[in-house]
Design a binder for this molecule. Sequence first.
Ligand code: HEC
Length: 235
Amino acid sequence: MVAQPGIADGREGARLSPLARLLGGILVATVVVATVAASSAVAGERTQRFALEIAILSSRSNRLLSGGLTTAQRGRLQAKIRSALGVLPLLARECLEEQRRADERPLLARLRTLAADDSHGRTTDLAQGLERLSRRYPVDMQGLLPLPASRRAARAGRTLYDQLCMGCHAYPDARSPAPAPDLFAMAHALSDAQLVVSLLNGVRGTRSTTLVNPLNNQEIADLAAYLKQKEASGP
Ligand code: HEC
């Protein structure tokens, strides 16, 4: 490297031995990796995925407890809960890997307890366990809450709804055992946080759409804002 006068003086590396420069490079790389790891521990994709699954499981188990369901609805809800509990250890491992935590046994043991509660019909224990777990692994709501109150957000949310959701959700298949729910009624019944969680989950909820949520955080927030405002101002 030909050092340019004036610039070389500003660069400490120019006067260091190759070994020192190499070590310096490794140090920089380590710092970068550590920074990336630290930031992903806050809001890593797999950590968020795990947190979302727990949040949705928690609200589903509470729904099961609250009653008012037909036998068929109850059965479907239970089946969803059971299959989600089956996938949870996998998501937990990926989450811990992302957070670089070595000992996965305590978390996996907690998940086994939840699965046992479920298979023995201890729904109250299951719901309480999930609630504790979701406090430990909260969904990262940055960029999602508080919901935007602007006209722009409501307009963008409406466009998304009309283009992507209305076809199924405004005209649900009445013969289906699991018809698409009325999203406005859902928005009315849920808190902002619960609504955001179910949108994050629901959008990739069916096999007929895609398993990966195609919407970014702003689109989810706009959609939630529109669904909330619409119910407030009537149909
Ligand atoms: C191809 C049809 C279709 C489209 C398009 C569609 N949905 Fe759905 N959605 C469904 C059906 C069917 C269900 C009910 C599935 C069930 O109960 O198992 C559902 C369920 C949901 C749920 C509830 C999930 C839960 O936890 O019970 C949410 C939330 C949701 N959809 C949001 C959306 C949003 C937002 C859009 C647009 C961005 C959308 N969906 C587009 C068919 C669709």
